[in-house]
Ligand binder design. Sequence first.
Ligand SMILES: C[S@@+](CC[C@H](N)C(=O)[O-])C[C@H]1O[C@@H](n2cnc3c(N)ncnc32)[C@H](O)[C@@H]1O
Length: 223
Amino acid sequence: MTPAESRARLMPQVCDRAFAAIYDPLFAGLERSGLSALRREQLAGAGGETLEVGAGTGLNLEHYPATVTRLVLSEPEPAMAKNLRRRAEDDPRSPEVVIAPGEALPFPDASFQTVTASLMLCTAPDPGAVLVEIARVLRPRGRYLFLEHVRAHEGERRASWQDRLERPWSLFAGGCHPNRETAALLRSSPLTVERLDQIEMPRIAGPLVRPAIIGSAIRPAER
Ligand SMILES: C[S@@+](CC[C@H](N)C(=O)[O-])C[C@H]1O[C@@H](n2cnc3c(N)ncnc32)[C@H](O)[C@@H]1O
């Protein structure tokens, strides 16, 4: 391997490790300014056997209601998963941690009553494929609870800045794309949107990632 090739291979790993290391301090102010409250609202309807996709360092853990009977946390990035495991060990529900991308969830069909994900569809390489997988592992009438930042409405100045700064932002923010049309993606997925509220993330998040959606979608009952 040439030095350039080995640098190209190492760089993403170094960035992933650095992002995992600064993730919790980076989010601390945002959590206090209102993100924690949004997480609680998002997860309030979780119940039964529950899977979280792209759980990061586990910032959702403290917000799950007591109606959750089993909690599985999936996360593809080893550096994030290391911090996730640490947090999961301190949780009285003893959640299981599984290393897996949302595009290939290692669970049988119809395994979960609830699937959740926060701020994940902005980062997954193929968010449409993740939604197909979420629908597959949900039981019929099972619920997907989401909280995602999204592209601003067409014509808003913020939308053009999200498009222009997509690449540098993605490098700085662990592969996050600030301009994904996630509401449209959800509506064209195998899930049926039950509730989708357009919201604003706390001001401290900055204009690129402030437009957001929160809500739920259901896996239709089998015909
Ligand atoms: C902005 S972080 C959000 C972490 C956590 N959900 C939270 O709310 O704090 C994005 C997360 O998505 C994860 N991710 C990246 N690609 C993914 C994929 N293909 N499937 C599932 N998660 C993915 C990242 O590793 C990271 O943990």
